[in-house]
Structure formats: C-alpha cells, structure tokens
Ligand binder design. Structure first.
Ligand code: BG6
Ligand code: MG
Length: 210
C-alpha cells in the first residue's frame, strides 16, 4: 500500500449504524410532525448530532429554543443508544476484519476518524475497542465534517502527515473534510461517486489493492 496510515470513518464504513441513526431521527421527526425521509437522512451522514438536528428542524413549523434543542438531541440519542445496545461483533461490516488485519500485516497504521460521540461504545460492541492505533471521535473535536479537524487530529496521533494517510468515507461531508485537510480519500456507499474522492470502493476489501 502506498499510504503509511489509513483513517476509517465508522458509521457506514466499518458498521451500518447509519440505519439506526435513521430510525432514531425518524421516531423524533414523526413525534414532532416534521417530514423526514431518506433524502434528508443522506444529508446527515458524517454531520454532528446538533448539526443533524438543525437540518431536520429546517422543515419544522415550530421554532425551538437552544434548551429545547438540547432535549430533542438527547431524546434522539436515547433511542439511538437503545438500538446500538443490540449490536454485536456480527455487525462489523463484511470483510472489515480481514481488511484491517491485512493492512496491519503490511505495517500500515490504522485509525478511526468519526463525528460520533458514541464511537467508543460502538467500537466496544463490534469488538474493535483497543484495536486501532488512534481513535478520534465526536468527543475530541469542536468542528464537525466537512471541517477536516477529526482527520487532522487522527493523523497527528499516528504521527503522520496528511499526505501519508488515506481516509475511507461513505459521506459526502466526509470526503469534503478529507480533501479540505489534504488527505486522499477512498469513497464508498452513499459517497461512492463523489468526484473529489481519489478511489472508489465497491467493498472494504478493495482497499488492499491500493
Ligand atoms: C456520524 C454519523 O458518524 O456521527 C452522523 O454519520 C451522526 O449521522 C454523527 O450524526 C454524530 O453521531 P452521535 O453518535 O454523536 O450522535
Ligand atoms: Mg459515515
């Protein structure tokens, strides 16, 4: 591999928590009588919890105070955490473990760069806590993707410059964040056809051919 480090997004790349995000936001939106569908949901990929709420509230007939918004975000997170509670190692994306092991076998450093504050919990659930050389999540950053902060911090923790790292993303906001930070990006899933990505992955295993 031509990169010395690979920084993985978590939701939608290493596991399919994006479905749980959708279900939890949908439950809240239905209760508030706000229209919410997959098109709106796609705009939430890679975006922080509060920024996601703001996107959902664009279609709200009612205006909410900052305090009410905190409560709404907490309500969504409670629903989401209940869904996460049922996750196990079997929710790790197909081919993920083999790909991670292959890359490590080639002395590539491995990191997670996620906007999620629930990332440590999810990594524990899918059996990857303690596996990565660095984990940077929503608790460590002040600016959400498309700001590159999460990836810049992950590269720093790997002691590598951005040019030596590849970012793996499923969100347009994440591809943009990678490019903004000076990283090459391999895109998959929802972002697969993003022209800003250097590589397109049909599946995670394709990484081992880069
Ligand atoms: C990202 C997801 O990984 O984390 C977003 O793609 C989500 O959809 C964001 O909004 C924040 O997640 P959390 O777990 O902190 O609410
Ligand atoms: Mg993602």
């Amino acid at each position: 591999m031509r990169y010395r480090g690979v920084i993985f997004d978590l939701d939608g790349v290493l596991c399919s928590t994006d479905r749980y995000h959708y279900l939890a936001w949908k439950q809240l939106a239905d209760r508030l009588s706000i229209p919410f569908d997959e098109t709106v949901n796609n705009r939430l990929r890679g975006v922080s919890r509060m920024a996601s709420l703001e996107i959902i509230l664009e279609k709200s007939p009612v205006a909410y105070s900052a305090q009410e918004k905190e409560a709404l975000a907490a309500e969504k997170n409670e629903t989401y955490r209940k869904l996460l509670g049922g996750m196990s190692r079997s929710d790790l994306a197909g081919g993920a473990l083999e790909t991670l092991r292959t890359l490590r076998g080639r002395s590539v450093l491995l990191a997670v760069g996620s906007s999620s504050r629930n990332a440590p919990f999810i990594l524990e659930k899918i059996g990857l806590d303690g596996f990565f050389d660095a984990v940077v999540d929503g608790n460590a950053i002040t600016r959400s993707k498309p700001d590159p902060q999460v990836f810049v911090l992950a590269a720093q923790r790997l002691s590598l410059p951005p040019a030596a790292c590849l970012v793996v993303e499923d969100a347009h906001a994440g591809v943009e964040a990678a490019v903004n930070g000076g990283f090459d990006c391999a895109a998959m899933g929802d972002a697969k056809d993003d022209p800003r990505a250097r590589y397109r992955l049909e599946r995670l295993e394709d990484l081992t051919a880069i």
